[in-house]
Design a protein around this ligand. Structure first.
Ligand code: MD3
Ligand code: FE
Length: 199
């Protein structure tokens, strides 16, 4: 479904077996040199989401120290497959970083823009575990107009073009809604991005 120009939602894109592999990979990354952590924002606020960054760290206050785990080639390739699915071509997408967000029950993410990347390349988002309400807003402000979209495990969302700079957030995660076979209490979201920072 095209939610807005450049914003494409593909429900159930990842088969359950692939979802399980990704959940296991997310667990494994958390056992690496840098565990999942709550981010302290410049204003002193602490995010309820726990995050980890693979590959190139790029947000000055958020992930500067999240070095040490390479972005796996298979994950970058999955990002290109996602663009083919959403847009019909991968556009040469070459993600150099992945941000993994873990939402324990009760965690949420306020409305914000992702403006730290120095690249206009699309962002690829993969959801795992509990269902959530994803709020897709506008470029001008954090409020209305916005669209609330339900995201479930295995869903793909690609944000490119005119949708790249919209405000967005996760106001609610529905506890206990993950497929039991995933063995996941909460929600994981993986975003693949081009930082545009070069080498
Ligand atoms: C729309 N994460 O980490 S992913 C974030 O589900 C973030 O964890 C949310 O927003 C999550 O910054 C949403 C979907 C997403 C990611 C990047 C975007 C939507 C976007 C960039 C521009 C527009
Ligand atoms: Fe974001």
């Amino acid at each position: 479904a095209v939610i807005a120009p450049g914003a494409v939602h593909v429900p159930g894109w990842l088969p359950l077996a692939r979802q399980r592999e990704l959940v296991e990979a997310c667990r494994e990354w958390g056992r690496g040199p840098v565990p999942y952590r709550q981010t302290v924002l410049p204003d002193g606020g602490v995010m309820s989401v726990r995050s980890l960054c693979l590959g190139r760290p790029w947000v000055p206050y958020r992930y500067l120290d999240s070095v040490g785990v390479e972005l796996p080639g298979w994950l970058a390739a999955l990002g290109r497959e996602a663009l083919v699915e959403a847009y019909g071509e991968d556009g040469g997408f070459a993600p150099d970083t992945a941000l993994v967000n873990f939402y324990a029950p009760g965690a949420r993410m306020g409305m914000h823009q992702d403006r730290e990347e120095r690249s206009g390349a699309p962002v690829v988002s993969l959801s795992l575990g509990d269902r959530c309400v994803f709020r897709f807003g506008n470029e001008e402000n954090r409020g209305r107009p916005y669209q609330d979209v339900e995201l479930a495990s295995g869903d793909l969302f690609v944000f490119g073009g005119a949708s790249r700079w919209v405000h967005h957030g996760v106001p609610r995660v529905h506890p206990g809604t993950a497929e039991p076979a995933l063995g996941l209490a909460g929600r994981l979201n993986i975003t693949l991005r081009e930082t545009g920072l070069g080498r």
